[in-house]
Design a protein around this ligand. Sequence first.
Ligand code: C2G
Length: 434
Amino acid sequence: MTKVITYGTYDLLHYGHIRLLERAKALGDYLIIGVTADDFDKARGKINVQQSLMERIEAVKATGLADEIIVEEYEGQKIDDIRKYDIDIFTVGSDWVGKFDYLKEYCNVVYLDRTEGISSSEIREEKRQIKLGLVGDASFLNKVYSEASFVNGIHITGLLTSNIERMNEQLRLNRVNSYEELLQKVDAVYIRSLPELHYQQIKDALENGKNVLCESPITLCQDDTKEIFMLAKKKNLIVMEAIKTAYATAFDRLLLLIKGGKIGKIISVDATCTSLKKNRTDWSGFYEWAPTALLPVFEILGKNYKKKIYRHKNEEGNDIFTKIDFQFEHAVASIKVGDGIKSEGELVISGTEGYIYVPAPWWKTDYFEIRYENEEDNKRYFYQLDGEGIRYELVTFVRAIGRGRCLTNISNETSNEISKIMEDCKKGKDTFLI
Ligand code: C2G
């Protein structure tokens, strides 16, 4: 019996895939099809996969071509499988020609002609054409522009800025002269303007039927943020908070491990985010860093707390350092943020059975450790993080628009609490100047 194996993502299964599987089947008597796991796809840069592993397995099963279906989960698994299943032929489409010659040591390798004119990414592009407008003056918009090129189904078609000289050439071609003009040209907006402008810009976008991805803080007042979420719900639109850390796989998995009790009950969360940036023009270091540092505090410990805010301002009266101490019912937390001091940008989550250590810069990490009393039990976790997480944020936004609901690690409660902290800082509530 000649055993054949082939692998793929098989997202949005199409006739190109099926023709490949039919020809793979014809190479022998028994065909094993390996379907790629979500993490494996992410690790190899395929971040736009629309369907879950189960949906993709079901679609492959429905073709009736597989004698057996397995899941491909890690780099190098193909060699394990060829030996484990005693495979005679490995086959894959000609877009991979040469890439799997190393398997010739274990079995025959056959590259079958790829079917031209169809691909999952083309189908994804056709399925969802989201025209995205960028709003703001920071050169960071150039990063968003380049990151969008990795995301199927989203195209930058508008730019509203008063700092055109900071924007790259391609981005400049999309410039509009007013917010009204921008809203006419797009389906959704990414807002990175001054936080003081967010509330009205988001409201105007929602009133015009546009989805919104907005840098944190969404607004500077808790009631305004609540109003924004209610309006979005009423209009059946998406308002998503753009704290890119929340969309990094490492952060996502860290939260899941905590919620699964891996380090026992959480007693303390300590987050530090600092950068020495002189004369920050777009907005204060507090706006820049506090939402990110507050994210793990509120996502892990909730919203019932007392707080003390310590702030240090420079000679011009700009806040350059803020420390906030939180007291929850059975836990404490502390954040240190600012763009006028330098400190160790780590995140430490302390539990009754162990702790999680995320090294600096924790907010764009692809790695964290779980550490226990017995060091032999320590575990290290690595997760691909390309482009600081912006592309994953955009993929999540596209998916949220497609599904009509947000699936993010930033709950509305967390967004509301971040706005509350902004509001209290502005009012000087619970605040001590140092
Ligand atoms: N394919 C094809 N014609 C197309 C599209 C895809 O013949 N128009 C083939 C690919 O060459 C591959 C299979 O269909 O053999 C599945 O394609 P994808 O789902 O895109 O998976 P891919 O990332 O190519 O997976 O490690 C190797 C990978 O597992 C191959």
